[in-house]
Design a binder for this molecule. Sequence first.
Ligand code: TXE
Length: 492
Amino acid sequence: MQNQLFINGKWSPAKSGAIFDVVDPSNREVFHQVARGGAADIEAAVAAAREAFDNGPWPRMSGARRAGILRKMGDEIAARSNELAHLEVRDNGKPLPEAVWDIEDTAGCFHFYADLAERLDNDAEEDIPLPMETFTVKAVREPVGVAGAIIPWNFPMLMAAWKVAPALAAGCTMVLKPSELTPLTALEYGSIAEKAGLPAGVLNIVTGYGPEAGQPLTEHPGVDKLAFTGSVPTGSKIMQAAARDIKTISLELGGKSPLVVFGDVEVDEAVEWILFGIFWNQGEVCSATSRVLIEESIYPRLMERLVEETRKIKIGHGLEEGVLLGPLVSQGQHEKVLAAIERGKAEGATLVTGGGVPAGLEQGCYVEPTIFAEVPTESWIWKEEIFGPVVCIRTFQSEEEAVRLANDTRFGLGAAVMSNDLERANRVARAFRAGIVWINCSQPTFTEAPWGGYKQSGIGRELGEWGLNNYLETKQITTYDRSAPWGWYLRE
Ligand code: TXE
């Protein structure tokens, strides 16, 4: 387990010498300590990234050569998947099979962007057709410069990959600041980069707290682009910091995503996706379908099965066989989710099941899978992101009412609809004001497809070609055909 900062290809303690604790959420015990980076470390990391961008080989080498190194990084992640998944369970709490998915997706993300880096050798220049022959114009795509990436704790290694892989593919250099709650797998990128032969200074990693390490990164004039995944209030601060120097930004923020279930679906099919939509990764998922709208005709039967299956969910340590719900990431998140449950009760929502700390698991940050029904639309729990295993349910009578309730939110990240009538499902999918829409499922995510939100859920799209474009500038190069007549001032 690494515990130092990775700057300019070297491991070093924080300049202040400070460290912070890494806590296992399954028992609240400190099991490691890492460097507590601050403004001086960010200064060194940005200087290294700046030098690597302005004078180093990385932005200047062919896409194919960058692809070779990205592929090696992906291969190394895949080769270490078991060890990295175990580290993720210890740091974040999630069940091992879900951590294994994360690491497989992380390796896949590096392989995907390796292919796109290679394609850039042909795609980076495009001739723009003009209605005249006096000029020829090319659009040329170039790396945006030094990227600052600030990532959250819910998918620590994967959320970093969504930024590191496309940024490196584009030819950017970067400074990565992981969440203080889950710094361990992010630090492993340092040794992965070393092994793959990534030039020094291209990827720098500074662990530390948001205000101490994150903020100086967002405010640094040497950073050209900021990429952030996290909460809306922090996203807003990052946007303000970016505004001062007109940095490009991409933001992936929170959500309160709806899942609309029409009465014509099989009850058990709906139960499966409702459960997966809110309880995988302990509900600590930005796109979790945390508001479920059920057509009245199917409601009693569906609720009965939903409650029955929810009560069967095995809660426990992420390494225990068969566990589907691990502890929440931290003491703070645990308190936040339990407080939200109390608030829901006080606001008049009906607590159908769960709502507390599971018996026998008091030593960790565990919360029972919780269902609220008849949740008032004006209540806090209906409107705000809880980011835990808590689902809010209401009924609806018509398609129009379902769409109106689904869209009545300041967020717009995900939305899902289930119906046997695909025409209706597609109509509703298009009526949703959200960036990611699922039909007859909830949550499946693909490296190839665009990911991001409408409204307060963010700005820009990650993954796929969109993710690469986040890290590219477009330059226009216009060439004058000197044999053609011109002369504005120097006329004959
Ligand atoms: O988020 P923050 P927190 C939501 C979720 C959760 C809530 C709070 O509802 O309960 O946010 O979680 C860094 N300048 N999501 O406090 O603050 C911080 O160090 C620069 C949704 O963990 O957004 C961390 O690396 N950086 C989400 C990152 O921002 C700053 C995932 C995220 O932390 C900073 C996580 C500052 N001033 C939480 N302050 C999603 N969309 O997936 C903090 N940071």
